[in-house]
Design a protein around this ligand. Sequence first.
Ligand code: AP5
Length: 223
Amino acid sequence: MKIILLGSPGAGKGTHCKRIVEKYGVAHLSSGDILRRERLDGTELGKKAQDFMDAGELVPDDIVIEMMLGAIKKSGPAGYILDGFPRTVIQADRLDNALSRAGEKIDIVLNLRITDEVVVSRITGRRSCPKCGAVYHIENLKPKQEGICDYDGSQLIQRPDDKPEVVTRRLEAYREQTVAVVGYYERTHTVYHIDANEPLENIIADVFGKLDSLVASQTCGSD
Ligand code: AP5
């Protein structure tokens, strides 16, 4: 299965991806996580990205496109879920061209819709694992042991770009550059919209229902 998950900063992309990956075995290709890993490793790519990320701006298209097309090439046969990519119409177009050259296509585009007020409360309470990217919330999604990642025992952190002024800029960048990507996919693919203001369990039930029916239709098609 090849899935794109769209949604504004703090809409819940990383949170839902974890569950989708656990259930369907697809690779989680998060542009934000890969960029943070490159920064942690001190690579040239990480150094190029850091000032943009810290300011809440998008990293230039060419850098991200090359990085994500490389990650897609390395992903296994079970497919993948793209989280945070594409984020501009140029990125979406380059992805589509690369996939069609390889004789492949995206099976479904999921779009998380959320209000800015809910985003702000979610982002302020978010805690993340710097090692595996797992995401928690101080009220809605607590780790088993306070401040510690359930998966690998790392100390949880608050992301540096979660400062209020940077969150405001990230939301502006979303409106200026990423909302158009939803329109792009509405013209070329079926987009399944999800109300991300809802509690976690409602959203995941909705998403699993949709993906289960997609898997069933793919299985029927291959019989
Ligand atoms: P990235 O890491 O992609 O950040 P983002 O899109 O801003 O998204 P977030 O990670 O902040 O939020 P999320 O939607 O994953 O929400 P989460 O699941 O954590 O990008 C960071 C930066 O990298 C960008 O600003 C840019 O500079 C650069 N970048 C990345 N990709 C790029 C690209 N393609 N092009 C250019 N630049 C790029 O949930 C948030 C919180 O809410 C959590 O605490 C969670 O537990 C909680 N929560 C989630 N859902 C619910 C719910 N339903 N009920 C209650 N709590 C919930």
